[in-house]
Design a protein around this ligand. Structure first.
Ligand SMILES: [Zn+2]
Length: 247
């Protein structure tokens, strides 16, 4: 065996042991962090104990492994737990998915003007930089009224989920291909109805493009599931299948 082969084998062994280490030495949530969830995270509160444990692992990974930055606001622990809980809510059907491409989460104090288009934004996903941006004041509003189908946290994480599914990084293609094809057909049909004025359920912004349609549909999925199901049983069923969440 030559030196190169020995070096390659050595690196592979090191890589494997690092992976195993991080898998079995995940930092867990502290009692104070869990207290934030039992007080405010309504989705978590409704889960059975085994599902709560699974949910907690996802939140802990978001809190401890993402790089958090504040813009005009200090990102305190409770904010990380709540934003992590929002991600865990969307990802509940995927116990191993952590949106690993998105390494950094930037929290702004409120809506901000994006340099690219000069418009006010409540949040944004930048796949090129692996960044998710969320306005904290709007994130809070999203959960303050859990029935109005406006939730910027779920909206931005839905965008991130969509990108993550196609980015080759060992965490891709977790969305069912057949369901995705079905989703695209149904989504395009509804987008054209929205844009010709005959849409009767989703807010108009859902008609902007397929990415926005998905993100807005996710907001309705969690905040108005009965109404969504009654209006579009097939679309609702396909989205539930994609997210692996029956509602
Ligand atoms: Zn969007």
């Amino acid at each position: 065996m030559n030196y190169v082969a020995v070096a390659i084998l050595g690196l592979a062994a090191l890589n494997l042991s690092l992976r195993l280490y991080s898998r079995f030495h995940r930092r867990k949530l502290t009692a104070a962090q869990r207290q934030v969830m039992t007080t405010y995270a309504t989705y978590y509160q409704q889960l059975d104990p085994a599902s709560q444990l699974r949910f907690e692992r996802t939140v802990a990974d978001f809190v401890n492994r993402k790089e958090w930055r504040g813009s005009g606001i200090a990102v305190v622990d409770g904010m990380k737990v709540m934003i992590g809980s929002c991600a865990a809510q969307l990802l509940h059907g995927f116990p191993e998915v952590r949106l690993r491409h998105f390494k950094r989460i930037v929290v702004t104090s409120g809506p901000y003007r994006a340099t690219l288009d000069g418009k006010l934004h409540l949040g944004e996903v930048r796949p090129g930089q692996g960044v998710i941006i969320i306005s904290w004041s709007d994130f809070v509003k999203g959960y303050a009224d859990p029935r109005n189908a406006y939730n910027v946290g779920l909206h931005e994480f839905a965008h991130a989920l969509w990108f993550e599914n196609t980015i080759q990084n060992g965490e891709e293609h977790f969305l069912d291909e057949a369901l995705l094809r079905q989703w695209n057909v149904l989504a395009l049909a509804e987008i054209s109805r929205i844009n010709t004025g005959s849409g009767h359920f989703f807010r108009k912004y859902a008609g902007a493009n397929t990415a926005e349609f998905l993100a807005v549909a996710v907001e309705y999925f969690f905040e108005q599931p009965e109404e969504f199901k009654a209006a579009f049983p097939e679309l609702f069923g396909v989205l539930g299948g994609l997210l692996r969440q029956g509602r």
